[in-house]
Write a protein that binds this ligand. Structure first.
Ligand code: AHR
Length: 494
C-alpha cells in the first residue's frame, strides 16, 4: 500500500475560518427556486409555499449565507417586479436563461425563506441593464428604517422592520461576453465604484463584493481584477471568484481540480495585493468565492420561455463528492483571505439538494462533504505538512495524491483529507507530537467501490458516509487508511 505522512502543529495557523465560507446560492434559474425551495401546494410546503423538506436539508447542511437572486439572472432583473401583492406582479422574459419569470417569488419571499433556513442573505444588484439609482433604491427599500417612500413601501408590503442586509454583490460576471450589459474592466470598475460609494452613503455598515473574473481562464483574468480594483479599492470589501470543474473522462485530472482552485485563489490574492501596494492602501481586499462547484451537463437550450425548465440537473457521484471535498479543503487552506464562498447552487441545478415537483427531496453525494465541513471546520484553519506520493495528470501536471487541511477549536482538531488515487488505498500516518493530549478519534469516510454510484429519488441513501471510532494511543502517531477516491474527516478530541 502507498503511504503518506501528515504533520499537525497548532503553530501552523492560517487564520480563523469564517462561517460565511459555507455559503450557497439560490438563483432564479432552472428549478432552483420554483419547485426547488418554493412550491405552493407541495405536501411539505408551509403557508408561504416554502418546501419544509428543503428547508430542513438546508439547515442540516449547515449553510451559512445564501447569494440571491443571480447569477446571470440578476443582470436583467427588476427587483420591484418581485415585491407587492403577488397578483399584481408582472410576468417577464428572463433573458439570461430564456425562461418565463412569473415573479411569484421575490424579495420578501426570499427573506422569509432565509430566516427559516437560518441563513444570512447575500443580495446582488443589477449592474447589467441598471445602475446606481436602482441599486440604492433596493438598499433603501431593504435597510432604511422608515419615513421614506421606499422604506414605507416595504412596510406597506408587510415588513416594518428593516431587513438589514449586510452583504451585497455589485453585479455578476461583468467580464463575460454572455452577460446582459457586459462591460469592459474600465466601464465596470467605474460603475462599481460609483454604485458602491452611493450604497455606502445609504448604509455605511454594508460590505460589498466587486466582480472579479468569471473564471481563471478568461482572457482578461488578472488585468480585469487589477483595473476594477484600481477604481473601487476603497468601496469594495471583497473581489469575487467563480469556478466550476467538470468530468470529461480524465478522472485523474478531475480529482486534482483543487490544484487549479489553489492557483486561482493565489493569483487573485497577488493581484489584489499588487493594487494595494500601487495605491498605497493598508486595507486588504478579501475573496468571495461566490460560485464554485462541479458541473458537467451544459444542457441550456434557450428560447423555450418555459417557467422553471429542467436545466443542469447533474446527478453527482462519489468522485464528484471527493472533488467537492477537495475544493472545500482549498477554501480552508486560504482561510486568511477567503471570507465568503458559495457553492452553486442549492437546489436541483448543480445542487447538493434534489427535489421532484410534488415529490421527495434528497441529498446528492456532494451534500455530505459540505455538511461535514460546515459542521466541523470551526475555529482556526491549520496548514498541514504533507509528504504524499504524487502522480502526473494531463491537466495539472505533477500533483500529490493526498490533499488535506485541519481546523482547531475548543473541542479539538479535525483533519479533512482526500485520497485522489484511483488505484488503491493510501496509509496515512498522522504525526500528533504537537498534540500530546489526544484522547479519542472518530473518522468519517465517503467512498464506494463504484465511483459512479449516486443518490436518486428511488435510492436516496445509496451513497452515505460511514463513521467509526479510531483507536488512539497517547503519544503515538495515528494510522488511518484512506480508501481510493475518498473523502475523509478525522476528528481528534484533545
Ligand atoms: O450558477 C450558474 C451560472 O453560472 C450563474 O448564473 C453564472 O453567474 C455562472 O456563469
Amino acid at each position: 500500500m502507498k503511504t503518506a505522512t501528515l504533520t499537525l502543529d497548532p503553530a501552523f495557523r492560517v487564520g480563523p475560518v469564517h462561517p460565511r465560507v459555507f455559503g450557497s446560492f439560490v438563483e432564479h434559474m432552472g428549478r432552483c427556486v420554483y419547485t426547488g425551495i418554493y412550491e405552493p401546494g407541495h405536501p411539505s410546503a408551509d403557508a408561504d409555499g416554502l418546501r419544509e423538506d428543503v428547508l430542513a436539508l438546508t439547515r442540516e447542511m449547515g449553510v451559512s449565507v445564501v447569494r440571491y437572486p443571480g447569477g446571470n439572472f440578476v443582470s436583467g432583473y427588476r427587483w420591484e417586479d418581485g415585491v407587492g401583492p403577488v397578483e399584481d406582479r408582472p410576468a417577464r422574459l428572463d433573458l439570461a436563461w430564456q425562461s418565463l419569470e412569473t415573479n411569484a417569488f421575490g424579495l420578501h419571499e426570499f427573506m422569509t425563506w432565509a430566516d427559516r433556513a437560518n441563513v444570512e442573505p447575500m443580495m446582488a444588484v443589477n449592474l447589467g441593464t441598471r445602475g446606481v439609482q436602482e441599486a440604492v433604491d433596493l438598499l433603501e427599500y431593504t435597510n432604511h428604517p422608515g419615513g421614506t417612500a421606499l422604506s414605507d413601501r416595504r412596510a406597506a408590503n408587510g415588513r416594518r422592520e428593516p431587513y438589514g442586509i449586510g452583504l451585497w454583490c455589485l453585479g455578476n460576471e461583468m467580464d463575460g461576453p454572455w452577460q446582459i450589459g457586459h462591460k469592459t474592466a474600465e466601464e465596470y470598475g467605474r460603475l462599481a465604484q460609483e454604485t458602491g460609494k452611493a450604497m455606502k452613503f445609504v448604509d455605511p455598515s454594508i460590505e460589498l463584493v466587486a466582480c472579479g473574473s468569471s473564471n481563471a481562464h478568461m482572457p482578461t483574468f488578472g488585468s480585469w481584477e487589477a483595473t476594477v480594483l484600481s477604481h473601487c479599492y476603497d468601496e469594495a470589501d471583497y473581489i469575487s471568484l467563480h469556478a466550476y470543474y467538470g468530468q470529461d473522462g480524465d478522472l485523474a485530472s478531475f480529482l486534482a481540480s483543487a490544484v487549479d482552485m489553489d492557483a486561482f485563489i493565489e493569483g487573485v490574492v497577488a493581484t489584489a495585493d499588487h493594487v494595494r501596494a500601487k495605491l498605497g492602501k493598508t486595507k486588504r481586499i478579501r475573496l468571495s468565492f461566490d460560485e464554485w462547484n462541479v458541473w458537467y451537463t451544459d444542457d441550456f437550450a434557450g428560447g423555450t420561455w418555459e417557467q422553471a425548465p429542467r436545466m443542469s440537473e447533474d446527478l453527482f457521484n462519489v468522485a464528484d463528492a471527493v472533488v467537492v471535498g477537495s475544493l472545500l479543503i482549498s477554501l480552508l487552506k486560504h482561510a486568511d483571505r477567503v471570507g465568503v464562498a458559495c457553492q452553486a447552487q442549492l437546489a436541483n441545478l448543480l445542487a447538493p439538494i434534489r427535489t421532484e415537483p410534488g415529490g421527495p427531496a434528497w441529498r446528492q453525494t456532494i451534500f455530505h462533504p459540505f455538511a461535514h465541513a460546515a459542521a466541523y471546520a470551526k475555529g482556526d484553519a491549520l496548514r498541514v505538512v504533507l509528504d504524499a506520493p504524487r502522480q502526473e495528470t494531463a491537466k495539472y501536471g505533477d500533483v500529490p495524491l493526498v490533499d488535506a487541511v485541519a481546523t482547531q477549536d475548543e473541542e479539538g482538531v479535525t483533519v479533512f483529507a482526500v485520497n485522489r488515487d484511483t488505484e488503491g488505498p493510501i496509509g496515512l500516518t498522522l504525526d500528533l507530537r504537537a498534540f500530546p493530549g489526544v484522547t479519542g478519534a472518530e473518522r468519517i469516510v465517503l467512498a464506494d467501490e463504484d465511483r459512479t454510484a449516486a443518490n436518486t429519488a428511488a435510492e436516496p441513501e445509496r451513497v452515505t458516509p460511514r463513521r467509526a471510532e479510531l483507536p488512539v494511543r497517547p503519544g503515538e502517531p495515528l494510522l488511518v487508511e484512506l480508501p481510493p477516491v475518498s473523502w475523509n474527516v478525522i476528528r481528534l478530541s484533545v
